[in-house]
Design a protein around this ligand. Structure first.
Ligand SMILES: [Zn+2]
Length: 249
């Protein structure tokens, strides 16, 4: 057992060095980091009372630090509890759409190469559901490569998710002109994961896992074969959501 443990630890150190050696791939890249929700829409809420928007902001700030440290230029869509819609009394759905499209515009205006939207998942009727999962737009080859690379690194670094990258037709990924991914970093409906996501060390680990995925995506070494996409599930979801305005959960 000890031997196996040590061998895994060594593998992990070797892999981290590999990522370090590849970090040139993000230098000079412009990356939009979107902390999901905020302002009019706090997102889902956990048992502790924490709101999704707080966790997504904390993780996104750490992702920004990690990417910036490697020489990337990061455009944040928000840096406090706010949204980008006009406060003019429109219906919530109108303001929500305006917020989402303005976040994308901000990224485009700044010439972003990539759009990463950070979210927290919620499945109230199943508190056992857990694990980070990355989503991309059906039909986007770049989005798929990005999502698979990030999913593989989240599985490797966190060691607690067996989920697969999945194609879902969300408003953000559908309307993004740059390769985009929605990263659900964990389930707020799972008490254990909610607690982890509130821990700043774990938040740093999440940010590092996402960073590794981005580095490998740009370095062109996404390990797609280790992480096959759930094709049937993807098609089904796409059919269900076609034409709808759907924000990430
Ligand atoms: Zn969300």
């Amino acid at each position: 057992m000890a031997g196996l443990y040590i061998s895994r630890a060594v593998d992990s150190v070797i892999e981290s060095r590999r990522v370090s050696a590849m970090s040139w791939s993000v230098a000079g890249k412009i990356i939009a980091v979107d902390p999901g929700h905020g302002g009019i829409d706090p997102g889902s809420k956990g048992n502790t009372g924490v709101e999704e928007e707080e966790i997504t902001l904390a993780v996104s700030e750490k992702l920004k630090d990690t990417l910036t440290g490697a020489g990337a230029i990061v455009v944040m869509t928000r840096e406090s509890d706010m949204d980008l819609s006009d406060p003019n009394g429109s219906r919530l759905i109108t303001r929500k759409r305006q917020d989402l499209s303005r976040r994308l515009e901000l990224a485009e205006k700044n010439g972003a190469d990539l759009y990463l939207s950070v979210h927290v998942n919620c499945f109230k009727s199943g508190p056992g559901e857990h694990g980070a999962q990355v989503f991309y737009q059906p039909g986007s080859e770049e989005g798929k490569q990005l999502a698979e690379s990030m999913q593989a690194e989240m599985a490797r670094v966190l060691g607690n998710t067996t989920r697969k990258a999945k194609a879902v037709d969300y408003y953000t990924t559908r309307n993004s002109k740059m390769p985009a991914a929605i990263v659900e970093v964990g389930f707020i409906s799972n008490p254990k994961e909610e607690k982890q996501m509130l821990d700043s060390e774990y938040q740093r680990k999440l940010a590092y896992a996402m960073y590794c995925g981005v580095v490998k995506y740009f370095a062109g070494s996404a390990t797609a074969t280790n992480n096959p996409v759930d094709r049937d599930g993807a098609l089904e979801t796409f059919m269900e959501n076609e034409g709808q305005v759907l924000d990430a959960p």
